[in-house]
Design a protein around this ligand. Structure first.
Ligand SMILES: [Fe+2]
Ligand SMILES: [Fe+2]
Length: 148
């Protein structure tokens, strides 16, 4: 399996979690419950971004250069991290909901750019064998057994 297919599958699952966090923030007045939902999202988003930064982006650097889409993606990863940290520091529901709104909008937009632009570029610049080898690295990190 290609790494980009694995990352797309992760996006699909994380979109569901975005919806859960948005619903929890909208419907609950319990700060701890809302922050608990954000902590699950943090765990998934950070490990997802780490896999992109360690497996995919370094392979694209020689093709895309330091500036351009990779610089934007790395910067957005930092901004997402900052908003996750900010959410943990908010103790009133209004401020917490506002940070979560910014976080979900940014993360959703970031995913869309990766799907529409970056992963397409990966398919253009990296050959299928490289993407499959990277997919094996992804499976080892995620402890997923690939057969065939
Ligand atoms: Fe990303
Ligand atoms: Fe991603």
């Amino acid at each position: 399996m290609k790494l980009t297919d694995a990352l797309l599958g992760e996006h699909g699952v994380i979109y569901e979690l975005f919806a859960y966090v948005r619903d929890t923030a909208a419907n609950s007045d319990d700060v701890q419950q809302i922050q608990g939902a954000v902590e699950v999202l943090e765990r998934l988003l950070l490990s997802h971004a780490r896999i992109e930064e360690e497996l995919l982006f370094p392979r694209l650097d020689p093709h895309l250069g330091e500036m351009g889409p990779l610089a934007v993606m790395r910067e957005e990863h930092r901004q997402i991290e900052d908003l996750l940290t900010a959410a943990k520091l908010r103790s009133d529901t209004g401020a917490l909901r506002s940070v979560i709104g910014q976080l979900l909008d940014l993360a959703h937009d970031h995913f869309q750019k990766e799907e529409g632009v970056l992963f397409a570029m990966a398919g253009q610049f990296l050959d299928a064998a490289d993407l499959t080898e990277l997919g094996n690295d992804w499976a080892a990190r995620r402890k997923v057994m690939l057969t065939g």
